[in-house]
Design a protein. Structure first.
Length: 187
C-alpha cells in the first residue's frame, strides 16, 4: 500500500515515543545570571514539571527591580505538561501501530503546533515578568523582555537563556517523526 509506513518508519516512530517520555525527566530550558557578586552564576532550570536552581536568590534580587517572583505555583503548565507529553508519546505509538501516512501527517502537525505554543508560552511569561514591573520598586528600570535564547544585560547582570537536554531530546523525537516522510517517500 502506498499509504502504509515501512518497518523502519514504525521503529523510528516507536523511538520517538520513547524519546518523548525520556524528555520529561530532563531540563528543557534555563537561565543563568552572572554579576560581579555572582561570578559562578545563578541558575533557574525548568523541567516540564518543576523549576530548580537558585530561585530564592534570583527572586530576592528581582524584587529590587519590581519583578514578581518565579516559582512553580506561577506556572500552571508545569502541572499538566508531563501529561501532554505522555499523550503525545501515546499518539506517536498509535501512529506507529496504525502505519498510515495520513495519521503521521496529523501527528507531525501536533508536534509543530505544540512546539510553537511552547515557544510562545515561554515568550509570554518572559514578557509578563519583564514588562509588568512594580512601579514602587527601589531600583527603576525600563520594562524589558529577556530573550528565550541568548544573552541580555540589565544593570550589572548578564543573563544567558538556553535550551538544554530535554529540548534536544524533544528535537530528536521530532526528527524521528519526520524520518518516515523521507524513508517512505514515493519513488
Amino acid at each position: 500500500m502506498s499509504n502504509s509506513l515501512s518497518i523502519s518508519s514504525v521503529i523510528s516512530l516507536c523511538l520517538a515515543s520513547i524519546l518523548l517520555i525520556a524528555s520529561i525527566f530532563f531540563p528543557w530550558w534555563g537561565m543563568r545570571f552572572f554579576a560581579p557578586q555572582y561570578p559562578e552564576g545563578l541558575d533557574i532550570i525548568v523541567y516540564p514539571y518543576k523549576m530548580t536552581g537558585d530561585i530564592d536568590i534570583v527572586n530576592g534580587l528581582n524584587h529590587y527591580i519590581g519583578m514578581k517572583g518565579f516559582g512553580e505555583d506561577n506556572f500552571p503548565e508545569l502541572k499538566y505538561l508531563p501529561y501532554l507529553i505522555g499523550g503525545l508519546a501515546l499518539l506517536t505509538l498509535v501512529t506507529a501501530l496504525l502505519r498510515q501516512k495520513s495519521v503521521l501527517y496529523g501527528l507531525i502537525g501536533l508536534f509543530v503546533i505544540g512546539g510553537a505554543l511552547g515557544i510562545y508560552d515561554i515568550y509570554r511569561w518572559l514578557r509578563n515578568y519583564g514588562t509588568k514591573l512594580d512601579p514602587r520598586a527601589p531600583i527603576k528600570v525600563d520594562p524589558f523582555i529577556p530573550p528565550i535564547l541568548g544573552e541580555n544585560k540589565l544593570a550589572n547582570f548578564v543573563t544567558e537563556s538556553y535550551f538544554t537536554y530535554g529540548s534536544f531530546i524533544l528535537g530528536a523525537a521530532f526528527l524521528c517523526t519526520l524520518f518516515p516522510l523521507w524513508r517512505d517517500r514515493k519513488k
